[in-house]
Design a protein around this ligand. Structure first.
Ligand SMILES: Cc1cc2nc3c(=O)[nH]c(=O)nc-3n(C[C@H](O)[C@H](O)[C@H](O)COP(=O)(O)OP(=O)(O)OC[C@H]3O[C@@H](n4cnc5c(N)ncnc54)[C@H](O)[C@@H]3O)c2cc1C
Length: 351
């Protein structure tokens, strides 16, 4: 397996538990990319094709207790915020498809009554989803589970595909099968020529902040579609997720890797429109990481096109922590011969 993000670590755990001999190679460290540097919320993806992955992932997360990971019994809730109610109308309409989210429209002022950190006159929608977990917690727990099941994790070593397996730091390691769980870098491992590029990085910056009275709900800016549809790069879009007293303030959606220190003041400025206390709160550590975004927004889970024993497990965009474990289960079952084909919507051959 190449890549120790959430997908690679969960896959390593499932395969090792099934008795396979597993080597997971990571060029940096466990969770060094998006899987350890994200906003830290396990959340309903609001896309019908992805909901089964979310629901199955919640079940996997509930089984991680002995690896230092506890999922709360109930979600904390997500508050989608906007300066004007009309900015939320389209989103509310789209949310009708997901009654399980119990979308509740909140008139101007109601979000602040529910969550005192929120600016007084904002409108909102409350959603019954969202488990704040801390950015690296899920990935580390699956890495621990993989090791406990006998998987070998090698970090600090570059891996590449070879005709009979892979190379690790230039040394050949034959393997019966190889899984590419390398996030946005998975396509270049399969096709160094650059022709097959169904996944590209979409860069986000997240800053840590410690608010005196942080919100319990996860907060995010509504009307995102409108902002993203504008010409040029979208401005930072506000989100705030608090786990264990620390809040992750996000984020950007950029095609080029941004300078985190340049972006941090912009995040604070935009965030202060929604949570005024952010204006007077210094940011702590700032991190940039890449969402592995596929061209149709769905992950690639299954046999790599044109390669018999090579599998792809990547392309979760903004949802990898929320969907990664169930995606890994699909690929593990294929690699173990327990399933013959992935759900067609996720088959890498479609791209
Ligand atoms: C700002 C931001 C906030 C986010 N917030 C959330 C959130 O709150 N909830 C949520 O569900 N999702 C969130 N996401 C999305 C989520 O983080 C990603 O979808 C997920 O982490 C991707 O996991 P992965 O395992 O596929 O890839 P990655 O985490 O990218 O892991 C791939 C690994 O492969 C390694 N690698 C690559 N090439 C090689 C090589 N040649 N040899 C060895 N190793 C290699 C990399 O070093 C990396 O560690 C967020 C993303 C961003 C950017």
């Amino acid at each position: 397996m190449i890549g120790a993000g959430i997908v690679g670590c969960a896959l390593a755990a499932f395969l090792a538990e099934a008795g396979a001999s597993v080597l997971l190679v990571e060029r940096d460290d466990v969770g060094a990319a998006a899987s350890g540097r994200n906003s830290g919320i396990i959340q309903h993806p609001m896309d019908a094709a992805l909901v089964p992955l979310f629901e199955a992932s919640l079940e996997h997360y509930r089984e991680l207790g002995q690896h230092g990971f506890e999922l709360a019994a109930e979600p904390a809730g997500v508050l989608v915020l906007a300066e004007h109610e009309h900015a939320l109308a389209a989103q509310l309409e789209a949310l009708r498809a997901f009654p399980e989210l119990r979308a509740q429209a909140l008139a101007p002022g109601e979000p602040a009554a529910l969550e005192p950190a929120v600016a007084p006159r904002l409108a909102g929608v409350r959603l019954q989803t969202g488990y704040p977990v801390g950015p690296a917690a899920a990935t580390r727990a699956f890495a621990d589970r993989a090791r406990a099941a006998g998987a070998q994790l090698v970090t600090g070593a570059d891996a590449a595909l070879a005709p009979d397996g892979l190379t690790v730091g230039g040394v050949r390691r034959p393997a019966g099968a190889v899984a590419l769980a390398a996030g946005p870098w998975a396509p270049e491992l399969l096709d160094p020529s650059g022709r097959w590029r169904p996944i590209a990085p979409l860069w986000g910056v997240v800053a840590d902040v410690r608010l005196e009275a942080p919100p319990r709900h996860a907060l995010e800016e509504g009307g995102i579609e409108e902002l993203v549809a504008r010409r040029g790069e979208p401005p930072p879009l506000f989100s705030l997720v608090t786990a264990g007293g620390a809040s992750a303030l996000g984020s950007t959606f950029l095609h080029e890797r941004p300078g985190p220190e340049v972006v941090a003041p912009l995040l604070r400025e935009r965030g202060a429109r929604f949570v005024p206390a952010l204006a007077g709160t210094p940011t702590g550590a700032v991190r940039a990481c890449a969402r592995p975004l596929s061209v149709d927004g769905l992950p690639l889970l299954g046999r790599a096109p044109g390669r018999e024993n090579v599998f792809v497990a990547a392309g979760h965009g903004p949802w990898g922590i929320s969907l990664g474990p169930a995606s890994a289960r699909i690929v593990a079952d294929l690699m173990l011969g327990r399933a013959t084909a992935p759900p067609p919507a996720f088959d890498p051959a479609r791209l």
